[in-house]
Design a protein around this ligand. Structure first.
Ligand code: GDP
Length: 310
């Protein structure tokens, strides 16, 4: 039997550089449910450090280009940053819609940037349990975490499993804004970006379409969703975007919203994980179990043990 390398501690990860982070992320995929990994993940879940920006949108909208720019800006501001790109193709089919990590260009010598892509597995565009666990680890180590997903249906909602601020990217003249309006009551993103603003007229039209749809939808919360025209190519709109993310972070920090949002996210991770593994019937049985306490990863393992009779 192959002996597993010991898991690094959270302190090691914070001080130890990219190779340790990479080995912990590999452990997420190879040591699922082991007590040591569960303990590390729950510790990391309690020790969140990064603001988590979730970028979602259709392929080709400009997410990676924007991510590259955001990484450079974060580094220039002295922040460490991690990027988790969730590829909607499953590992089995081996395709790559989102592409590989080569799409995000970073200096390999820079210890303050970490980029990783992960398969979404069987949930097209959605976040796998492993991606959630990876996000939890990266969030505890870096100052900023950008999670990139391809927006195909479910994933707009799924990005909300891990992101503090959900950014929906749409492209001018692509019909995205129409789709958005049709979806009507989709879980609203926190910020909408109309990309490629250098395609000026079309970008303006898309932005006004979306703003119109938003005012009709009339979100239930107290946050007003800004619609920002942005060009990663020319830099136009980047300051507005930074201001919007800062404002949203401040909004979350007030009145305990961030803590409440993260608690709700954790409850959803457990439910999603149980549902993926045991189906709707398993979820029903989970709800009938006595409440389990502790961190989300411990809860998930304990519930799985109950459902398998372990
Ligand atoms: P992703 O699939 O959403 O990650 O999209 P990419 O970032 O790979 O961008 C898709 C294409 O759009 C590429 O050819 C980019 O060069 C182009 N693109 C991205 N941002 C801009 C922009 O601000 N202006 C223009 N004109 N093209 C852009």
């Amino acid at each position: 039997m192959r002996v597993r390398p010991p898991l690094p501690s959270l302190g090691d990860l914070r001080g130890g550089g990219k190779r340790l982070v990479a080995s912990a992320l590999s452990a997420v995929e190879t040591q699922r449910g082991t007590p040591a990994l569960v303990a590390l993940l729950d510790e990391a879940a309690r020790a969140a450090k990064a603001h988590v920006l979730g970028l979602t949108g259709p392929p080709g909208v400009g997410k990676s280009t924007l991510t590259n720019v955001l990484v450079q800006r974060a580094r220039a501001a002295g922040q460490t940053v991690a990027v988790l790109a969730v590829d909607p193709s499953s590992r089995r089919t081996g395709g790559a819609l989102l592409g590989d990590r080569a799409r995000i260009q970073t200096d390999p010598e820079d210890r303050g940037v970490f980029v990783r892509s992960m398969a979404a597995r069987d949930r097209l565009g959605g976040l796998s349990d492993d991606a959630v666990a990876a996000a939890v680890l990266l969030r505890a180590v870096f100052d900023l975490l950008i999670v990139e997903t391809v927006g195909v249906g479910q994933s707009e909602a799924d990005i909300g499993l891990v992101a503090d601020t959900v950014v929906l990217c749409i492209q001018p003249a692509s019909g995205d804004s129409l789709q958005f309006m049709k979806a009507g009551v989709m879980e609203l993103p926190d910020i909408i970006v109309v990309t490629k603003a250098d395609m000026a007229d079309m970008a303006r039209r898309a932005a006004s379409d979306v703003s119109g749809a938003l005012s009709l939808a009339g979100g239930a919360g107290t946050w007003t969703v800004p619609v920002i025209r942005l060009s990663a190519a020319s830099g136009e709109g980047l300051e507005d975007f930074s201001a919007a993310t800062t404002a949203h972070a401040a909004y979350l920090a007030a009145e305990g919203r961030r803590a409440a949002q993260r608690t709700a996210q954790e409850a959803r991770w457990v439910e999603e994980a149980v549902k993926v593994r045991f189906g709707t019937e398993g979820l029903k049985r989970m709800r009938a179990l006595p409440a389990v306490t502790g961190g989300p990863f411990h809860r998930e393992a304990a519930i799985a043990a109950c459902l398998t009779g372990g």
